[in-house]
Design a protein around this ligand. Sequence first.
Ligand SMILES: NC(=O)c1ccc[n+]([C@@H]2O[C@H](COP(=O)([O-])OP(=O)(O)OC[C@H]3O[C@@H](n4cnc5c(N)ncnc54)[C@H](O)[C@@H]3O)[C@@H](O)[C@H]2O)c1
Length: 705
Amino acid sequence: MSAVIEERRGRIALLKLNNPPVNGLGWPVREGLDAAIDRLGKDADVDAIVVTGDGRMFCAGADIREFGTTPPEHVRGLGKILTDLEAMEKPVVAAIHGVAAGGGLELALGCHHRVCGPKTKLGLPEVSLGILPGAGGTQRLPRVAGVAKALEMIVSGRLVSEKEAFKAGIVDELVDGDVDAVIDAAVAAAEKLAAAGVPPRRSGERSDGLKEAQGNPSLFDDFRKSMAKRARGMNAPYACVRCVEAATTMALADGLQYERDEFVKLVDAIEAKSMRHAFFAEREVAKIPDVPADTPTRPIQNAGVIGCGTMGGGIAMVFANAGLPVTVIESEQSALDAGLEKIANNYAATVSKGRLSQEEMDRRMGLITGATDLTELAATDIVVEAVFENMDVKKELFARLDKVCKPGVILATNTSTLDVDEIASATSRPQDVIGTHFFSPANVMRLMENVRGEKTADEVIATVMKLSKTLGKVGVLVGVCHGFVGNRMLHQYLREAMFLVEEGALPQDIDRVIYDFGLPMGPFAMCDLAGNDVGWRVRQEQIKAQGGTPSNARYSGTIADKICDLGRFGQKTGKGWFKYGDGRTPTPDPDVEAIILETSKELGFARREISDEEILQRCLYPLVNEGAKILDEGIALRASDIDVVWMHGYGFPRFRGGPMFWADTIGLQTIAETMQRFEKEQGPWMAPSPLLLKLAADGKGFGDA
Ligand SMILES: NC(=O)c1ccc[n+]([C@@H]2O[C@H](COP(=O)([O-])OP(=O)(O)OC[C@H]3O[C@@H](n4cnc5c(N)ncnc54)[C@H](O)[C@@H]3O)[C@@H](O)[C@H]2O)c1
């Protein structure tokens, strides 16, 4: 079957892109389109052309299967083909349905008239892959939709509805019907245009949309300022703005050339490679070598959540948001009431911001039922436990669940550190026990670390991985160890941040470096947000269990403990590593600085100037090194899974591809040598992992591990 199907409707030629599943613009499609344009331009029996997509959508853009391959030499790029399409004397009409994204929308913009069906998404999301629309999108969209609209759409990558597109002038006609109705309307429009005999209205020749910029010289600078925070560290969003700006100052042909040059600079740069890696890592993460895709799953039609505190409340919302009825259990009625009230307040805040309707909030609240008796969970399909982080409490609870729950129920724990196998041993059905480690706030953060126990059944793993998707989360399968993947690596990062403060840096220095690198906040703002008391209690427990701090290790909690002794637990107490006033903006606090200076002295550190480079390396290289150990131990299946954990659980910037991919871009030899130096300067906890050393010696990256 040809990649472009040609049909006739009287004197109208109908071209249907045919490259399932999304009509990606792979080279056979481009070749077919190119040939058809040439042929139909000369065909005396054809008055006009309609372009559409066969199957479920118009076209979702580039064919990702083509990434990294070289098409045959004679196949031209989409940009050139669209220049010829637009230049045709015969009217060309796009019949858009489903999706017109990336090259798909560029194709539609290359046509002279656009007809669009219902429930359609249109946009130029290239920026999310570290590139820009390179087939005329940055030149034609502003001419058609106006500069401000084009900037917003291209720089955010956001897809808009057909109604929004119509309002913005991106589509000329809306049709309320199925694909056939859209095609019929497009054919009718093509006939009318051909009969009118007027020259085609070419997007590239229009100038109406550019006027707003000509009368507002600061538009681009203002826009750059408004995006500075979101786009920090990245090149692609700025290149997008430059191209749109070029559309307002250059003739079309020059603007197209400028866009092409900018595209070429981006496409092979590390930023685009990192974002492509992120894209593929997120697809790969669902694949588990020993749990094949056809593994049977158990139906999940309802859920139980035990504990309605910080995490339990959020997890209950996650189920309700996905339309699943959920029973929430607390042991005391008062705790249950407080927990349910918090959930209601949480929803109400979203309603007051206009992001949720009152009816939708009521519907979701209606799916959440509170109870204080565990037997209410007798018929539940999955139970997620989110009670205190205490092994005895959890084991006692799982033993009771074992008695009350029906056979085949999935028993999940949200523990962040405890041994899932030990928890499972409290039941007679360890095969049904698994970890589902949500991140805080559970209703916002997309990551779920699904923790596979020694005896967890394949069916349970497959069900929970599928459930993650149903819940709108990204599930990553990990193994049992203290802190699993994310928090185990985080521990390394936080420890070094604390040490750097003892040696000479201030919390605001470290936070600035990490923020500028691209994370949403630095380690100290993060601790203040999560609550400093959490780590404080863990340290106290550890010290008690060990009978003091081990003499061969450096203790990282000296300053943190002093901060907590003063009740500075973070945002919730208005003070922590920073002070907060009424809001959430951290402000450096001289009181904290005084504690830091005093502690450095007590510990015998002559405070020194610490460079931004050292801060970055000391915080992130040990984190990567721990990732290498996790990989070596088989706790994570792939280095790219670790990247997914960090992008979705901690906001590690996508444009760096996650910590392991980022390490590969630095070069593992550099990382290994720096860790060896740190080991000498700091201590044995900085020793590079055997896997890191081996890969570095072999000149390989984590991607090859
Ligand atoms: N807070 C976080 O950032 C975070 C992140 C990931 C995982 N976790 C894990 O989630 C779990 C819960 O943490 P949290 O922060 O929500 O704690 P929390 O103290 O806010 O909530 C725990 C809730 O469990 C209830 N509870 C205790 N024992 C119970 C029992 N036997 N039956 C019913 N309810 C009981 C308590 O009344 C309390 O409301 C812990 O295992 C924790 O390690 C926490």
